[in-house]
Design a protein around this ligand. Sequence first.
Ligand code: ADP
Length: 603
Amino acid sequence: MPSERPIEGLATGISSRQRLCALRSELALLHEPWPLLVGILGLLILLVPVVAWLTVRWSESHAYQRLAAQGRERLTLYGEMLHSELAKSRNIPVVLSSDRQVIELLADPEAAKGEGRIAALDRRLQELNAELGASAIYVLDSTGLTLAASNWAEGSGSFVGQRFAFRPYFLAAVHGHPGSYFALGMTSNQPGHYNAMPVSKGGGVLGAVVVKTSMDRLERGWSGGAERVFVTDRFGIVFITNIPAWRFHSLNPLDAESMRSLKASRQYGNERLPPLGLVAGDPLTSIDGHAYVMVSQPLADGQGWTLHVLMQIGDARARARDLGLLAVAGVGLTVLVVYFFIHRARMRRRYTRELEERVLERTAALMEKQDELVQAAKLAALGQMSAGMAHEINQPLAAIRSYADNARTLIDLGRNELVRENLGEIADLTERMARMTGQLKQFARKSPGSAEPVAVTAVIDGVLALMASRLRSDGVELEWLPPGGALKVWGEEVRLQQVLVNLLRNALDAMREQVERRLTIGVATDDRQVHVMVRDNGPGIASEVLPRLFEPFFTTKQAGDGLGLGLSISEGIVRDLGGQLVAGNHPGGGAVFTITLSRAEAA
Ligand code: ADP
């Protein structure tokens, strides 16, 4: 069995050209970087502001939440400080309201005055006040008149003889309730927190003991922190704060009703109570050119007080903006990186396509060249064949001449029978010559016709007739067993002859060095196909030659001997005819070429 290898031929000219067209239109698209650039720019224009805005918002709200959480912690701390400060001043009047000296004074002020008991109480209150660090401790009678006070010795600053009947803490006390109140001192003009306790005897209220506590110490304590802290009353007026400039300012402009009520109680004296412009409950506020997060908490003191802490936003906004810029840079960078990769991929594809296009263009050019060369090779072969043909024709020509000469002599002798025979021989010989020249004509024809049923034996016989002189001169032993019957394949006679001439010439070339040269031509068939085998007894095909056998211009022959086109053309022809040309080595030695074609009629 011959070892066989499927044939790798060139891509056909048509498909190369079609691919070339497709490639060109693809390349036209690739040459336009604008759609990609415009797309990337559009994406950037869309994405950048959105991402920047989202990042800034997220970062800001994150910072505000953190500040608010810190603020709430501070609020608890400051609230406790305030609570303990107020608790201290609340205990003093509670103790004093049951003091015997105070009760006796209020029960009978005239008698007490006479006995010098008021002076004694004054001194005692003075000592107590200094000891407790309060602003003032004083005793009011049931009409609100001050009978004894810790500041009795301060001349015009003394509360003694002053009447505080209008103060709400006093009004609460005379009604038997503890009174608590923050106000600006009428005499001292100093703010303070007033705590009053009713002094009762036998079910009736005799008067009240009042302690005024300054919030200075508390405010100083608050000043240590970085935050702005303040307490507002039920009108929204700032009265305890670590920002002195904000004291006696209202959060919002006060309405007429509140103003009237404040005037009546003289709680804040003649203060104008201008608005600060802060909105209680608004988490973000800005004042004095700074932005703050405000946290507020109502105090459980029953007086409508609210404690506020302002946490300065400071560089949180700047940080959010920086983060936004960073996000924008990130998005920009990502988009650019993506663009870079897409662009690089496109460039690479474009480069590959261009390369491919160049290869295809060259292939197409090569194929055109090949067509020309095929024709040139055919003409060269024609030249060779003409030489053989001249040799072949010389013999019949000589025979014709001698028949003609003989005929002339025979006419003279009146041997007409023999003359007729001679003329018959001459006619046969010219017939044979016409066949030969006819084949030459066919071989030189370029354009391929269309496939038709072709008799295999006739084609092979025709080729053998063409090659007869060479076969003879090379002393080749021919083994050719034509199959029985008229076996037909789909093909073109002339082109099949071209293929077989090529195979035979190669076989003869291959056997040049052999002492005995044997050429075997065989035909095998099955239902659908016909196989024509051409085997020689040359050296066979070397393994490194086999894969390249059908490449155009591949030859192992010396320059001038071979063009390397024969097999490539033959393979192309057989493929064009819908068949296959396979090369291999015969196990018994030599090369075998097999042409397989479709059977023209079923067995
Ligand atoms: P060329 O005959 O011009 O060299 P071909 O395409 O016909 O071109 O053949 C290509 C090559 O294939 C030859 O050079 C030769 O090496 C090899 N070849 C073809 N036929 C045979 C064969 N019968 N035996 C050995 N080698 C062959």
